[in-house]
Design a protein around this ligand. Structure first.
Ligand code: HEC
Length: 393
């Protein structure tokens, strides 16, 4: 069986798993943050109960109580939340390797950004994944770790540096996913290396009849709060490959940072709302940031005024620059089937995909990494042809 065909199936199945595990993980994460924020002082007088909540869901009533630091005795059965996070990372990392490492010359390296061999790009990408977590973890454990506001400011500055670096090392799409993979790795490592080990130590202490050290609870809570602010930015990054206008500009690193901030502000709005505060300026600020991006990123219409080339010329450009992948039987070995079902062989097909072609060619998302070496002049010709209504002659 063809390797590219099998890779497509691996891609689909891993992506499906990644989505399912991610939904489960972020779902529990959102749930527990909102529960924590909405706890009310306990009424039954148990001094160990820090707060409680009544809720109704799925036809039943639930009464939840949070113990700080812990209940007097451990219950026989304790439910842990970890596999959602672990499987999100396992599937996500496998997907990242499959797409961005195995096909690094298509998806990670862009000679127009920085020409480097695929193996070097993979090495840098791996080093950044590890380095991101190590740097973040050291920062949280340092003396700045106690000061949440300072930590947040350093975090935003670090994100700016990492986004800038990634976007100057890799093609836009790969750079965005690199930052997303780094952020996702930090989030899962927070669970695997801090939250869960801390909880294990608390449980072990109680099993030996000792009082658990409250610092583990504090550390775990800090990382869990960080994770909640990272969810919306990470989810944006994960869908960004569909939207070249975000990752294909010379300011793409700033776009990444701005949308990331807009996501974190929006998350903060919900966190405050759960605590009874309605800080509408937060989503308004996020909307303003996005509106600014839409305005600043609008493509110039200059090229549209150029005269449309004859259709034969368009056909020749597309045959030379696009059809090696976008054909019923791609000659590019990386593809078993035309990517996204887009075929650009017959005149009908070329005209059918005219608007999408303009979008992809204008943002320079296609050809990926400019593998087929399209020239700026050819791009302008294609755009002018679409702008003129994609005439068939
Ligand atoms: C090296 C292979 C390759 C070449 C050459 C190539 N493409 Fe693509 N194209 C792809 C891949 C891969 C995708 C799917 C991208 C993704 O995963 O989102 C794609 C997607 C597209 C899409 C659909 C975008 C969407 O998400 O709906 C269009 C339209 C497109 N290409 C147009 C073109 C045009 C026009 C050219 C020539 C100027 C071209 N491509 C050259 C590989 C290629």
């Amino acid at each position: 069986m063809d390797a590219a065909y099998l890779a497509d199936w691996a891609n689909l199945l891993l992506r499906w798993l990644h989505l399912i595990a991610g939904v489960a993980w972020i779902g529990t994460s959102f749930y527990f943050i909102s529960l924590d924020n909405q706890l009310e002082p306990a009424k039954d007088g148990n001094p160990r109960v820090a707060g409680e909540q009544w809720s109704v869901h799925g036809g039943g009533f639930y009464h939840k109580q949070k113990y700080l630091v812990a209940p007097e005795r451990l219950p026989e059965k304790l439910h842990w939340f970890k596999w959602e996070a672990y499987w999100t990372w396992i599937s996500g990392f496998a997907l990242f390797v499959l797409i961005y490492w195995f096909q690094a010359s298509t998806y990670l390296v862009d000679p127009a950004v920085l020409d480097m061999p695929a193996w070097l790009a993979v090495l840098i990408s791996a080093a950044m994944l590890v380095g991101g977590w190590v740097g973040y973890d050291l920062l949280c454990r340092s003396r700045y770790g106690e000061n949440e506001a300072l930590l947040g400011a350093i975090g935003i500055a670090a994100l700016a540096v990492v986004a800038f670096l990634a976007c100057h090392l890799f093609g836009g799409r790969g750079a965005f996913l690199q930052v997303g993979a780094m952020t996702g790795t930090i989030m899962v490592a927070n669970v695997a290396m801090v939250i869960i080990p801390g909880q294990r130590k608390m449980v072990a202490a109680m099993q030996q009849g000792a009082a658990p050290d409250p610092k583990y609870g504090r550390w775990g809570k800090q990382r869990s709060v960080h994770n909640t602010y990272l969810t919306l930015p990470v989810l944006f990054i994960m869908i960004s490959p569909h939207y070249p206008m975000t990752y294909q500009s010379s300011w793409n690193w700033a776009v990444l940072l701005a949308i990331g901030l807009a996501g974190a502000l929006t998350r903060q709005f919900f966190v405050l709302r759960q605590k009874g505060r309605n800080a509408v300026w937060l989503p308004a600020g996020a909307a303003a940031v996005v509106a600014l991006l839409i305005w600043a990123g609008a493509p110039e219409r200059g090229a549209a005024s150029a005269e449309a080339p004859p259709f034969a010329e368009v056909q020749a450009i597309v045959a030379a620059r696009c059809a090696s992948c976008h054909a019923a039987r791609p000659t590019d070995e990386a593809f078993a089937a035309p990517p996204k079902g887009v075929m650009l062989e017959t005149p009908q097909q070329i005209r059918r995909w005219a608007a999408a072609t303009r979008q992809q060619v204008q943002t320079e998302a296609m050809p990926p990494g400019n593998l087929t070496g399209i020239t700026a002049g050819e791009r302008a010709r294609l755009i002018a042809w679409v702008a003129a209504g994609a005439p068939a002659e």
